[in-house]
Design a binder for this molecule. Structure first.
Ligand SMILES: [Zn+2]
Length: 219
């Protein structure tokens, strides 16, 4: 699979991590609608990630799709399909990151806390260091929060082996969702490439996650 641009962006990331500025922030003037580098990125909304900066993307280069966790949700798939078929992108980059908030809760715990379960409220308060205030109401949506699987850890806990493993498995899950979607071709003449990464918020560096990778605890 040709993914020359992704490799170039990884080189940009090395410059970013070493303190150099690649992204230019001034208005570039009129540009075409199709992303110039034919790239679509799905990344976590975490405030410490500036996707344009860390990949050295310029305005007009890429579609950037962000949500809590950088999860490949139905809506991310919707965006990727439009991005590829209508706006001519053919390299997909998925970015999770260390110390992600999605490691610090489970879907059931957050739902229980929101609905008013005192034990869940207490646990969520301990995990986040912020008093959790329940809404004491039930709700049918969102159906999922997509918290990462595995035993929860404190919010913003430093990187450890177990954290890396949980992140890697969610990156693999995300790659799998994209690669197995019938409307996102990853083979043949109209194929997109899909690569997944963990961004280390303590170093500024991207690390690639191999796919499919070895069997693991949280797969
Ligand atoms: Zn995150």
């Amino acid at each position: 699979m040709a993914n020359i641009v992704t490799d170039e962006l990884l080189e940009n990331n090395k410059q970013y991590a070493s303190g150099q500025q690649v992204h230019k922030s001034s208005y570039p003037g009129n540009q075409p609608i199709n992303p110039a580098r034919h790239v679509a990125v799905v990344a976590c909304m975490d405030a410490r990630l500036d996707v344009e900066d860390l990949l050295g993307l310029q305005t007009g280069d890429a579609h950037i799709i962000r949500n809590a966790g950088g999860v490949v949700t139905d809506d991310a798939i919707r965006c990727l399909i439009i991005s590829h078929h209508l706006l001519n992108t053919n390299e997909i980059i998925l970015i999770h990151h260390t110390r992600c908030g999605m490691l610090a809760f489970t879907d059931d715990l957050l739902k229980a806390g929101l609905e008013g379960d005192p034990a869940a409220e207490k646990l969520l308060g301990q995990a986040t260091g912020r008093e959790f205030t329940s809404c004491h109401k039930s709700a049918s949506m969102p159906a999922q929060f997509h918290a990462f699987r595995g035993p929860i850890e404190a919010l913003d806990a430093p990187r450890c082996e177990a954290q890396t493993e949980r992140l890697e498995w969610d990156v693999r899950r995300s790659i799998s969702r994209v690669m197995n979607h019938p409307w996102i071709p990853t083979e043949g003449p109209d194929a997109s490439t899909v690569r997944g990464f963990i961004y280390d918020v303590d170093t500024g560096k991207l690390e690639e996650v191999n796919y499919p990778g070895p069997m693991g605890t949280f797969g």
